[in-house]
Design a protein around this ligand. Structure first.
Ligand SMILES: Nc1ncnc2c1ncn2[C@@H]1O[C@H](COP(=O)(O)OP(=O)(O)O)[C@@H](O)[C@H]1O
Ligand code: SF4
Ligand SMILES: [Mg+2]
Length: 616
């Protein structure tokens, strides 16, 4: 982890590293081995059914004859388990299976294509040498029944010994040792099947061998079990009767600047240089023709117990930031450290205990719940993914979670369409809460709700925060919503944070022209007072072509007021600390030039017609 000191943030403390996500070759090898296992099982199953149902004589003999297939199936089951613990034997075992498949394919091709190669078996002697290898090879693949049957014929020494074989395929060798067309076709098919499995398996393993051999020494490596043990595992969800008691004042979670500076409190989440770029694909070949810079280098810390809000106009990258932070979509660049563990490229198996602790509540309570699932399954899905396989245990947790969010336990049998918008959002909250998280990304959780319901859901979230000691990253497009419960606010514009600070500081003393404009758009409840509204010119530029230098320069009222200084269009301003408050940072070359009189004068001179185009 590189220190990112240019934004005044210390390098996050790392407790331990998690194991890396297996590279593609290893994942492919795993899939191939499971494929082999499935084929063996299907083949054996089919043989069993055919021999029992049709009372085929010799059918059971055939099942015995393909015994090597059972060994390979067992190995194909065991080896992928070893991958999880990075065991070298798993790598070795898979290599052996790959070699057996490839060698088997070569031998079968030889038998099928070279006249006289099957001479030994034609004479009726016990299956020696090459034909024996073919039999075991065929069996090893567990390939299609016809293939297994075809090769079983020579191994069984005489067609008569295996009527199924001879009957099904008509396979026979002539006295001169050449084989007939059916058998040759069967062998070649089987050889191709062997190659289709064996070659990608070997290729993938050889390419990714460094994954098994690499020593990961930077930090102590921790497994999912170790992390689970460290955090005490799944906590019970205790229904909190105090919920809705009226006491909704959030506990302030932001540590003092001194505590932060001295490292007395560690952040729960640290984000450094986080980027998420989406490709724009075009043309018939779907080639990359551009890039959307949705999140483009974001740095911040979230402290335990804090409500950290991210605010900005629609399309500025808030949702993408939340999703990338949680690794629901892989970042293009940058680091996210959660409770001392870096999250990028972590093995999904090892990510499980951390994933449980980081949840998300989605913006759209209608789209985010599967309409075909009852509530019990919607909430139970996450529990199942976390290894709660016991149905009763899942139902209990689901009921607890529903109760905690103010819904009845028996609602778990209902479907999403039976609920109102507010209730659905409560289900969304229950889904997150059922996993006993520490950190929840609330992505505009109330913006799709009726105004009358909004405050109920907000109050619920604040109650839960207090009762369960949660930390929130709260996303909103509206500065007025987040004012009364946030500890700190980050203002985003076109994929970057332009200002960050405590609520008091940001509302009282905004240091970025964009924040000033957003604040001026908040209506004041008192009809006798009018806030002077600052109107931004034009639309938000496309994140596919962000303006050079300061991204806000095309709409900046301060720049215009200062006579359009060149530096705004050429140099990207750093998010630098403001004097007077250690938490306050702004990304503007001229942040110190903002004053109430400057704002008032700008409002007076702005075009009246533009005033109608509100800044939302
Ligand atoms: N999966 C995606 N593929 C391509 N572009 C995306 C994707 N998700 C978001 N974007 C783009 O990224 C930008 C930021 O989107 P988003 O994070 O949803 O903004 P916000 O939540 O602030 O409204 C938008 O221009 C959006 O079109
Ligand atoms: S750097 Fe220039 S363009 Fe950017 S916000 Fe400051 S004054 Fe405006
Ligand atoms: Mg959004």
């Amino acid at each position: 982890m590189s220190a990112t000191v240019d934004h005044g943030l210390a390098a996050p403390k790392i407790k331990g590293a998690l194991r890396q996500r297996p590279p593609r070759g290893i994942l492919r090898a795993r899939a191939i081995l499971y494929g082999i296992l499935a084929l063996v099982l299907v083949t054996v199953g089919l043989l069993l059914v055919v021999s029992v149902l049709f009372r085929v004589k010799g059918g059971v003999d055939l099942l015995v004859e393909i015994w090597p297939a059972y060994i390979v199936a067992a190995l194909a089951y065991i080896a992928p388990r070893g991958y999880r613990d990075r065991k070298l034997w798993a790598f070795g075992l898979s290599l052996v299976i790959g070699f057996v498949l490839v060698v088997g394919a070569v031998v079968m091709s030889y038998l099928a294509l070279v006249p006289g190669a099957m001479g030994g078996t034609a004479a009726g002697s016990a299956a020696p040498g090459a034909s024996g290898a073919a039999a075991s090879g065929a069996a090893a693949s567990g390939a299609a029944a016809t293939g297994a049957v075809a090769t079983a014929a020579p191994a069984g020494s005489a067609a008569a010994a295996s009527p199924l074989a001879s009957g099904a395929t008509g396979a026979a060798t002539t006295a001169s040792g050449t084989i007939d067309g059916n058998l040759a076709f069967g062998l070649i098919t089987l050889a191709l099947l062997f190659l289709a499995f064996g070659v990608p398996l070997l290729w993938g393993l050889i390419r990714e061998r460094s994954f098994f051999l690499a020593a990961e020494t930077r930090h102590p490596i921790k497994t999912a079990q170790e992390i689970e043990a460290e955090t005490g595992g799944f906590a019970e969800i205790t229904p909190v009767s105090a919920s809705g008691s009226g006491d909704t004042a959030p506990a302030l979670g932001l540590p003092s600047p001194v505590a932060i500076a001295t490292g007395a409190v560690d952040p729960l989440v640290s984000v450094r240089g986080l980027k998420k770029h989406f490709p724009i694909l075009g043309g018939i070949l779907r080639r990359r023709v551009g890039t959307i810079y949705a999140v483009d280098g974001v740095d911040f810390d979230v402290y335990p117990g804090e409500v950290f809000s991210v605010v900005g106009e629609s399309g500025c990258g808030k949702t993408t930031l939340g999703r990338t932070l949680l690794q629901l979509t892989p970042p293009t660049d940058g680091h996210v450290v959660f409770d001392g563990y870096e999250l990028a490229d972590v093995d999904p198996d090892d990510m499980r205990p951390l994933r449980r602790r980081m949840q998300i509540i989605f913006q759209d309570p209608f789209g985010s719940l599967n309409p075909r699932m009852p509530v019990s399954d919607i909430i139970g899905e996450g529990l199942l993914a976390q290894g709660v396989t016991n149905r009763k245990e899942r139902d209990k947790r689901t009921g607890d979670a529903l109760e905690v969010v103010g819904l009845r336990r028996d609602y778990s049998r209902r479907y999403p369409h039976e609920f109102s918008g507010g209730q659905r959002q409560r289900i969304g909250v229950a889904r997150a809460l059922a996993l006993s998280p520490d950190f929840i990304v609330c992505d505009e959780p109330v913006s799709a709700l009726d105004v009358s319901i909004q405050s109920q859901v907000l109050n619920l979230l604040l109650d839960l925060k207090r009762d369960f000691n949660l930390t929130y990253l709260f996303i909103s497009h509206n500065l007025s919503v987040v004012e009364y419960f946030s500890d700190r606010i980050a203002v985003m514009y076109l994929g970057k944070i332009v200002e960050i600070g405590t609520v008091d500081e940001l509302y009282r003393n905004p240091r970025h022209p964009y924040t000033v404009a957003l604040l001026s758009a908040i209506p004041i409840a008192d009809p006798r007072r009018r806030r002077s509204r600052l109107v931004l010119k034009g639309d938000v530029p496309s994140p596919a072509a962000p303006p050079s230098g300061c991204r806000f320069h095309t709409r900046c009222w301060l720049r215009e007021r200062l006579g359009n200084p060149e530096i705004c269009a050429t140099e990207d301003p750093a998010l630098r600390p403001m004097t007077g408050d250690a938490h306050h940072r702004a990304a503007c070359h001229f942040a110190e030039q903002i004053s109430e009189s400057a704002v008032a004068e700008t409002v007076e001179t702005q075009d009246v017609v533009e005033t109608a185009a509100a800044v939302e």
